[in-house]
Write a protein that binds this ligand. Sequence first.
Ligand SMILES: Nc1ncnc2c1ncn2[C@@H]1O[C@H](COP(=O)(O)OP(=O)(O)O)[C@@H](O)[C@H]1O
Ligand SMILES: Cc1cn([C@H]2C[C@H](O)[C@@H](COP(=O)(O)OP(=O)(O)O)O2)c(=O)[nH]c1=O
Length: 188
Amino acid sequence: MYVVVEGIDTAGKSTQLELLQKKHQNAIFTKEPGGTNIGIKLRQMALNGEAKSKIAEMFLFLADRAEHIEEVIVTNKEKTVISDRSMISGIAYASLFPLEKMIELNLLATNNILPTHVILLELSPQELKYRLSQKENDAIELRGIDYLINIQNRMKQTITKLGINHIFIDASLKIEEIEKQIEDFLNE
Ligand SMILES: Nc1ncnc2c1ncn2[C@@H]1O[C@H](COP(=O)(O)OP(=O)(O)O)[C@@H](O)[C@H]1O
Ligand SMILES: Cc1cn([C@H]2C[C@H](O)[C@@H](COP(=O)(O)OP(=O)(O)O)O2)c(=O)[nH]c1=O
Protein backbone atom coordinates (compact mmCIF):
# COMPACT_ATOMS: atom_id res chain seq x y z
CA MET A 1 0.00 0.00 0.00
CA TYR A 2 1.46 3.37 -1.08
CA VAL A 3 -0.48 6.06 0.74
CA VAL A 4 0.09 9.76 0.15
CA VAL A 5 -1.14 12.72 2.16
CA GLU A 6 -1.61 15.72 -0.09
CA GLY A 7 -2.71 19.31 0.20
CA ILE A 8 -1.43 22.83 -0.18
CA ASP A 9 0.70 24.43 2.53
CA THR A 10 -1.16 24.61 5.91
CA ALA A 11 -3.84 22.08 4.87
CA GLY A 12 -2.99 19.98 7.94
CA LYS A 13 -0.77 17.25 6.47
CA SER A 14 1.84 17.26 9.27
CA THR A 15 -0.90 17.18 11.90
CA GLN A 16 -2.52 14.08 10.37
CA LEU A 17 0.81 12.39 9.63
CA GLU A 18 1.75 12.66 13.28
CA LEU A 19 -1.51 10.90 14.22
CA LEU A 20 -0.99 8.23 11.55
CA GLN A 21 2.53 7.61 12.85
CA LYS A 22 1.17 6.74 16.30
CA LYS A 23 -1.37 4.27 14.89
CA HIS A 24 0.68 2.66 12.10
CA GLN A 25 3.89 1.77 13.83
CA ASN A 26 4.90 -0.82 11.23
CA ALA A 27 4.49 1.54 8.31
CA ILE A 28 7.35 3.39 6.64
CA PHE A 29 6.93 7.16 6.87
CA THR A 30 8.55 9.26 4.20
CA LYS A 31 8.26 12.58 2.37
CA GLU A 32 8.86 14.51 -0.82
CA PRO A 33 10.99 16.44 -1.35
CA GLY A 34 13.83 15.14 0.82
CA GLY A 35 13.02 11.50 1.59
CA THR A 36 16.49 10.19 0.62
CA ASN A 37 20.09 11.32 1.14
CA ILE A 38 20.34 12.83 -2.32
CA GLY A 39 16.83 14.15 -1.80
CA ILE A 40 17.90 16.18 1.24
CA LYS A 41 20.37 18.07 -0.96
CA LEU A 42 17.88 18.41 -3.82
CA ARG A 43 15.21 19.67 -1.40
CA GLN A 44 17.50 22.39 -0.17
CA MET A 45 18.37 23.45 -3.71
CA ALA A 46 14.73 23.40 -4.81
CA LEU A 47 13.40 25.37 -1.85
CA ASN A 48 16.05 28.02 -1.26
CA GLY A 49 15.00 29.95 -4.37
CA GLU A 50 18.53 29.90 -5.79
CA ALA A 51 17.59 28.65 -9.25
CA LYS A 52 16.83 31.46 -11.68
CA SER A 53 15.20 29.02 -14.07
CA LYS A 54 11.74 27.67 -13.15
CA ILE A 55 12.53 24.74 -15.43
CA ALA A 56 15.64 23.92 -13.40
CA GLU A 57 13.61 24.15 -10.18
CA MET A 58 10.98 21.77 -11.59
CA PHE A 59 13.67 19.24 -12.59
CA LEU A 60 15.14 19.32 -9.07
CA PHE A 61 11.78 18.15 -7.71
CA LEU A 62 11.63 15.49 -10.44
CA ALA A 63 15.13 14.24 -9.60
CA ASP A 64 14.12 14.01 -5.93
CA ARG A 65 11.01 12.07 -6.92
CA ALA A 66 12.84 9.59 -9.17
CA GLU A 67 15.32 8.75 -6.41
CA HIS A 68 12.53 8.52 -3.81
CA ILE A 69 10.55 6.05 -5.91
CA GLU A 70 13.62 3.88 -6.50
CA GLU A 71 15.02 3.98 -2.94
CA VAL A 72 11.89 4.10 -0.81
CA ILE A 73 8.76 3.06 -2.72
CA VAL A 74 10.06 0.18 -4.83
CA THR A 75 12.25 -1.17 -2.02
CA ASN A 76 9.30 -1.30 0.39
CA LYS A 77 6.59 -2.39 -2.00
CA GLU A 78 5.44 -5.22 0.30
CA LYS A 79 4.99 -2.78 3.19
CA THR A 80 2.71 0.11 3.95
CA VAL A 81 4.45 3.33 2.95
CA ILE A 82 2.88 6.64 3.98
CA SER A 83 4.28 9.74 2.30
CA ASP A 84 3.99 13.45 3.00
CA ARG A 85 3.41 14.67 -0.61
CA SER A 86 4.02 12.91 -3.94
CA MET A 87 3.87 13.36 -7.72
CA ILE A 88 0.46 15.00 -7.17
CA SER A 89 2.25 18.00 -5.60
CA GLY A 90 4.91 17.76 -8.30
CA ILE A 91 2.35 18.10 -11.09
CA ALA A 92 0.23 20.71 -9.32
CA TYR A 93 2.93 23.10 -8.05
CA ALA A 94 4.62 23.24 -11.46
CA SER A 95 1.73 25.42 -12.55
CA LEU A 96 3.75 27.32 -15.18
CA PHE A 97 3.67 24.16 -17.26
CA PRO A 98 0.62 22.45 -18.83
CA LEU A 99 -0.92 19.68 -16.71
CA GLU A 100 -0.60 17.03 -19.42
CA LYS A 101 3.13 17.76 -19.88
CA MET A 102 3.70 17.55 -16.11
CA ILE A 103 1.81 14.25 -15.89
CA GLU A 104 4.04 12.86 -18.64
CA LEU A 105 7.28 14.02 -16.95
CA ASN A 106 6.19 12.78 -13.54
CA LEU A 107 5.24 9.34 -14.87
CA LEU A 108 8.73 9.17 -16.36
CA ALA A 109 10.22 10.07 -12.96
CA THR A 110 8.13 7.50 -11.10
CA ASN A 111 8.52 4.76 -13.68
CA ASN A 112 4.71 4.78 -13.96
CA ILE A 113 4.29 3.91 -10.29
CA LEU A 114 1.22 5.60 -8.80
CA PRO A 115 0.08 5.90 -5.19
CA THR A 116 -2.58 3.33 -4.23
CA HIS A 117 -4.33 5.76 -1.83
CA VAL A 118 -4.41 9.57 -2.05
CA ILE A 119 -5.73 11.62 0.87
CA LEU A 120 -6.27 15.24 -0.19
CA LEU A 121 -6.91 17.78 2.56
CA GLU A 122 -8.88 20.57 0.95
CA LEU A 123 -8.92 24.18 2.20
CA SER A 124 -11.37 26.97 1.44
CA PRO A 125 -9.77 30.34 0.46
CA GLN A 126 -11.01 31.82 3.78
CA GLU A 127 -9.45 29.09 5.91
CA LEU A 128 -6.20 29.23 3.89
CA LYS A 129 -5.99 33.01 4.42
CA TYR A 130 -6.48 32.57 8.15
CA ARG A 131 -3.88 29.80 8.46
CA LEU A 132 -1.25 31.67 6.43
CA SER A 133 -1.79 34.73 8.63
CA GLN A 134 -0.91 32.59 11.66
CA LYS A 135 2.57 31.59 10.48
CA GLU A 136 5.81 32.86 9.05
CA ASN A 137 5.67 32.05 5.34
CA ASP A 138 8.36 30.64 3.05
CA ALA A 139 8.98 31.70 -0.56
CA ILE A 140 6.34 29.39 -2.06
CA GLU A 141 3.70 30.31 0.52
CA LEU A 142 4.35 34.02 -0.07
CA ARG A 143 3.02 33.60 -3.62
CA GLY A 144 -0.44 34.05 -2.08
CA ILE A 145 -3.98 32.72 -1.68
CA ASP A 146 -5.03 32.66 -5.37
CA TYR A 147 -1.80 30.93 -6.34
CA LEU A 148 -2.28 28.19 -3.73
CA ILE A 149 -5.99 27.69 -4.49
CA ASN A 150 -5.05 27.24 -8.16
CA ILE A 151 -2.50 24.60 -7.08
CA GLN A 152 -5.17 22.85 -5.04
CA ASN A 153 -7.47 22.78 -8.10
CA ARG A 154 -4.63 21.29 -10.15
CA MET A 155 -4.16 18.63 -7.47
CA LYS A 156 -7.83 17.63 -7.75
CA GLN A 157 -7.68 17.59 -11.56
CA THR A 158 -4.54 15.46 -11.48
CA ILE A 159 -6.00 12.88 -9.10
CA THR A 160 -9.17 12.63 -11.19
CA LYS A 161 -7.29 12.45 -14.51
CA LEU A 162 -4.98 9.71 -13.28
CA GLY A 163 -7.96 7.81 -11.82
CA ILE A 164 -6.18 7.17 -8.52
CA ASN A 165 -8.12 5.81 -5.53
CA HIS A 166 -8.67 8.89 -3.38
CA ILE A 167 -10.56 10.78 -0.71
CA PHE A 168 -11.03 14.57 -0.63
CA ILE A 169 -11.47 15.77 2.95
CA ASP A 170 -12.62 19.20 4.12
CA ALA A 171 -9.49 20.39 5.93
CA SER A 172 -11.46 22.73 8.19
CA LEU A 173 -13.20 19.83 9.95
CA LYS A 174 -12.03 19.00 13.47
CA ILE A 175 -8.68 17.22 13.62
CA GLU A 176 -10.31 14.07 15.09
CA GLU A 177 -13.01 13.99 12.40
CA ILE A 178 -10.37 14.15 9.64
CA GLU A 179 -8.40 11.43 11.43
CA LYS A 180 -11.47 9.19 11.45
CA GLN A 181 -12.23 9.77 7.75
CA ILE A 182 -8.63 8.85 6.90
CA GLU A 183 -8.76 5.68 9.00
CA ASP A 184 -12.06 4.61 7.39
CA PHE A 185 -10.61 5.22 3.92
CA LEU A 186 -7.50 3.14 4.67
CA ASN A 187 -9.64 0.31 6.08
CA GLU A 188 -12.03 0.18 3.11
N1 LIG B 1 -8.29 20.34 11.32
C1 LIG B 1 -7.70 21.47 11.70
N2 LIG B 1 -8.42 22.52 12.14
C2 LIG B 1 -7.82 23.69 12.50
N3 LIG B 1 -6.48 23.90 12.46
C3 LIG B 1 -5.71 22.89 12.02
C4 LIG B 1 -6.27 21.63 11.62
N4 LIG B 1 -5.25 20.81 11.23
C5 LIG B 1 -4.11 21.53 11.37
N5 LIG B 1 -4.37 22.77 11.86
C6 LIG B 1 -3.40 23.86 12.11
O1 LIG B 1 -3.08 24.46 10.85
C7 LIG B 1 -1.69 24.76 10.76
C8 LIG B 1 -1.03 24.01 9.60
O2 LIG B 1 -1.09 22.61 9.87
P1 LIG B 1 0.06 21.60 9.40
O3 LIG B 1 -0.34 20.24 9.88
O4 LIG B 1 1.40 22.11 9.78
O5 LIG B 1 -0.13 21.72 7.80
P2 LIG B 1 0.80 21.28 6.58
O6 LIG B 1 1.72 20.20 7.09
O7 LIG B 1 -0.17 20.79 5.55
O8 LIG B 1 1.51 22.52 6.13
C9 LIG B 1 -1.10 24.40 12.14
O9 LIG B 1 -1.09 25.55 12.93
C10 LIG B 1 -2.09 23.37 12.68
O10 LIG B 1 -2.12 23.35 14.09
C1 LIG C 1 6.82 17.75 -3.82
C2 LIG C 1 6.81 19.18 -4.26
C3 LIG C 1 6.65 20.21 -3.37
N1 LIG C 1 6.65 21.49 -3.78
C4 LIG C 1 6.54 22.58 -2.78
C5 LIG C 1 5.37 22.54 -1.86
C6 LIG C 1 5.87 23.21 -0.60
O1 LIG C 1 5.60 24.61 -0.66
C7 LIG C 1 7.37 22.99 -0.63
C8 LIG C 1 7.93 22.06 0.43
O2 LIG C 1 7.02 21.15 0.84
P1 LIG C 1 6.90 20.71 2.37
O3 LIG C 1 8.00 19.78 2.70
O4 LIG C 1 5.51 20.19 2.53
O5 LIG C 1 7.08 22.09 3.14
P2 LIG C 1 7.14 22.40 4.70
O6 LIG C 1 7.80 21.23 5.37
O7 LIG C 1 7.94 23.67 4.71
O8 LIG C 1 5.70 22.58 5.11
O9 LIG C 1 7.67 22.49 -1.93
C9 LIG C 1 6.80 21.82 -5.13
O10 LIG C 1 6.81 23.01 -5.50
N2 LIG C 1 6.98 20.82 -6.02
C10 LIG C 1 6.98 19.51 -5.66
O11 LIG C 1 7.17 18.61 -6.51
